[in-house]
Structures are given as C-alpha cells and as structure tokens.
Design a protein around this ligand. Structure first.
Ligand SMILES: CC(C)(COP(=O)(O)OP(=O)(O)OC[C@H]1O[C@@H](n2cnc3c(N)ncnc32)[C@H](O)[C@@H]1OP(=O)(O)O)[C@@H](O)C(=O)NCCC(=O)NCCS
Length: 158
C-alpha cells in the first residue's frame, strides 16, 4: 500500500470540498447540528484563491484520495490545524500521522511556535488521538468544543 501526501491546489477544489463537508457532517452529528454547507464552500474557495497563509494537504492511497488536513497561520506566532479527516476505509493506516508530519514541516518552515486545534467534546477518539501527538486540552470553546495546543518543537509523538 503506497501512501502519498501532497499540498493541494485550486485544481483539487472539489475533492477538498467533499472531504470538508464529510467532516462537517461527522462533527455535526456529534453535536446534533446541521453544518452550514454554504459557509464551508465559501471558506474553501477563499482559501484556495486568496489565502497565502494556509495550506491544505491531501493524502492518497495509491491514486485514491484518502484524507485531508489544513494548517493556517494565526496571530501570535501560532498556527491552527483543522479539516482533519480520513475516509473510513483508510483509517488506522498512518494517514493522519503522515498528514500531521507535513503540517509540522509547514509550521517549522515559518518559525511558528505553537499549534492549536478544536475538537468536539464528544469526539473522544479524536481527543485521545491528538493527545498521542502531544496536544493537551487548553480550554473550552462554547459547550461543544475543546481547544487543544502543543508547541511545534519537539517530537511528533509524545
Ligand atoms: C481521527 C482520525 C483523523 C485519525 O486518522 P488515521 O489516519 O486513522 O490515524 P493514524 O492511522 O495516523 O493513527 C495514528 C495512531 O492512532 C491509532 N488509531 C488510529 N485509529 C484508531 C482507532 N480507531 N482506535 C484506536 N486507535 C487508533 C493508530 O493505531 C496510531 O497509533 P500508533 O501509531 O501507536 O499505532 C480519523 O479517525 C478520522 O478521520 N476520524 C473522523 C474525523 C475526525 O474525528 N477528525 C478529527 C477532528 S478533530
């Protein structure tokens, strides 16, 4: 099984949208709320056409699209990890591990000091998944979300 990762471009817009919508529906189910598909579409289009401060990475198994991750620069020397999704059939094959390694490279190349992400409280598997990668819960965001943080340095796996 050959896993490859590459930075996405405008040509990948439809695949990116599809995976971002899948994630939004997955998380929407956990919190009992329908996602706002139009705002997701608008954000992806804006990112791909106008936002130099972020990157989407796509993972492929052979030629088949298998996962996505977005990393974006934020104020205060931080970057946000978001849109982390691996399609069901390809989970537990190291795909998010490989995508996250790319996000770390991206952050290091920009001298970014710390990373954060939001996780739906009820997504207990994702919470423990990110803990494996050194993220720790920092605070709550509303009643459904937790913010997790880690420094860019040192290692990927704690
Ligand atoms: C969370 C998610 C992104 C993980 O992606 P993945 O590609 O399956 O993860 P990896 O294969 O890189 O796994 C990394 C580690 O987690 C472990 N792991 C992965 N899936 C697991 C599972 N279902 N149960 C237990 N452990 C699991 C792996 O064994 C591996 O640990 P190891 O290196 O010690 O063996 C994926 O399950 C997913 O897309 N879930 C739905 C969307 C979601 O919750 N996104 C996160 C939003 S914050």
């Amino acid at each position: 099984m050959r896993i490859s990762i590459r930075a996405a471009s405008k040509r990948d817009m439809n695949d990116i949208l599809r995976l971002c919508l899948k994630l939004a529906h997955y998380e929407g189910k956990l919190i009992g709320r329908e996602p706002d598909e139009n705002s997701i579409r608008a954000r992806v289009v804006h990112d791909l056409l106008h936002n130099d401060g972020c990157a989407y990475y796509l993972a492929f198994v052979e030629e088949e699209i298998a996962g996505i991750l977005k990393v974006s620069a934020k104020d205060g020397n931080r970057a946000k990890i978001s849109q982390t999704y691996v399609v069901g059939a390809h989970r537990c094959k190291g795909i998010m591990t490989a995508l996250f390694a790319k996000a770390l490279e991206w952050a290091k190349s920009r001298n970014i000091a710390s990373l954060y992400l939001t996780v739906v409280c009820k997504n207990t598997y994702a919470l423990s998944f990110w803990e494996k990668f050194g993220f720790r819960v920092d605070c709550a965001k509303g009643k459904n979300l937790l913010i997790m943080r880690r420094d860019v340095q040192p290692a990927i796996i704690s």
